[in-house]
Design a protein around this ligand. Structure first.
Ligand code: PHE
Length: 347
């Protein structure tokens, strides 16, 4: 009978020493100490007590207790060992290799058109122009009438217009109504000089093509003072061209027509043909068109609150997307608002 106890003890210890996981340990415990549903091997061994002769009973009972206590002690030791092993394994599995390169963080960025507008604003700020804003939704009066285009004026055909359901309210076709607003709001009833640029979206009811969108930005500029001449316009445009594109800042005016300027011009900046970049931007001519411009028409000065006998000024309106297209060799203006990441991520 004692032999059976000894065998049980040896088996149990041998199995216990081979165990490395908590699952196996739980199974071992169930096998020897029993579970809710089944008796354990140790309990079974105790039932042998009834079969042992009276004189051998004390020795058997003593031995049985020793075995039980021994196994319990061994179990506790093993339990500590297993939980340490499992913790180590877990730490190894979740280990961080601090020598690995970090994952790149996807960062947002400014839209190329916004970047471009900021560059333009920065250059004009260096020349003393403040940024001024005027609304996208305009009145017919601001967009046309006060710019020297009464109703039925044929020049209105130059701007195909989006009308709203409210009579007299339209989406601005150019930033030029900002000329009137800035003169009226900043000019102190025709007593103060002003020097502002007005960047913003314009809208035209036009066929969308690679060259023209039905919405696009313009940067209007206006400077009003006592002795402003066409030479000032030329100087500012030349300086802008040089700072934006490089080159020597030469300017070429081509005669043009706008109802709100007199004389009216279109402005080309000279980039030359020395570099491949300059040849590409100018299609080999050396000249890049950047803006419509002119001296503010006396009627428009009056509409802005100024006396045209004392005050004069120049205005210009450039297309920043055109500038960016030339600068970055973008061949389709539709890219700007198509929201294609392959395009946007290049900037
Ligand atoms: N508003 C004109 C356009 O949209 C450009 C312009 C602005 C011309 C200011 C002269 C002076 O074409």
């Amino acid at each position: 009978m004692l032999d059976q106890l000894n065998t049980l003890e040896q088996e149990a210890l041998a199995q216990l020493s081979a165990i490395t996981t908590n699952d196996d340990l739980v199974a071992w415990q169930g096998k020897y100490y029993g579970t809710k549903r089944s008796k354990g091997a140790l309990d079974e061994a105790m039932t042998l007590l009834g079969k042992v002769s009276k004189e051998d009973r004390p020795a058997f009972g003593k031995r049985a207790n020793e075995v039980k206590q021994g196994l319990t002690a061994a179990y506790e030791v093993k339990k500590g060992e297993v939980s340490r092993l499992e913790l180590e394994a877990k730490m190894r599995a979740g280990a961080i290799d601090v020598t690995l390169p970090g994952r790149p963080v996807q960062r947002g960025r400014l839209h190329p058109s916004t970047q471009n507008l900021r560059n333009i604003a920065k250059i004009f700020a260096q020349m003393g122009f403040e940024v001024y804003r005027s609304p996208d939704v305009e009145t017919d009066e601001m967009n046309f009438e006060l710019l020297n285009m009464p109703p039925e004026h044929p020049a209105r055909d130059m701007w195909d217009t989006f009308y709203t359901n409210t009579p007299g309210v339209i989406l601005r076709t150019h930033t030029s109504p900002g000329q009137i607003r800035s003169m009226r709001e900043l000019g102190g009833n025709g007593t103060k000089p002003i020097r502002v640029i007005l960047p913003g979206m314009c809208y035209r009811y036009e066929q969308v093509t690679a060259r023209s969108e039905m919405q696009f930005n313009q940067v209007e500029g206006i400077a009003i003072g006592r002795n402003i001449t066409l030479a000032d316009l030329k100087g500012v445009m030349g300086e802008f061209g040089r700072r934006m594109f490089g080159g020597d800042g030469q300017i070429r005016f081509r005669g043009s027509y706008f109802p709100f300027t007199e004389p009216s011009v279109e402005v080309d900046v000279y980039l030359g043909t020395a570099t491949p970049q300059a040849r590409m931007l100018t299609k080999g001519t050396g000249w890049l068109e950047i803006s419509g411009a002119g001296m503010v028409h006396p009627t428009v000065l009056e509409n802005g609150g100024y006396d045209p006998r004392e005050w004069s000024g120049f205005a210009f309106g450039m297309g920043p997307e055109r500038v960016a297209m030339r600068l970055h060799n973008i061949n389709d203006i539709r890219n700007f608002w198509a929201n294609d990441l392959r395009f946007l991520e290049q900037f």
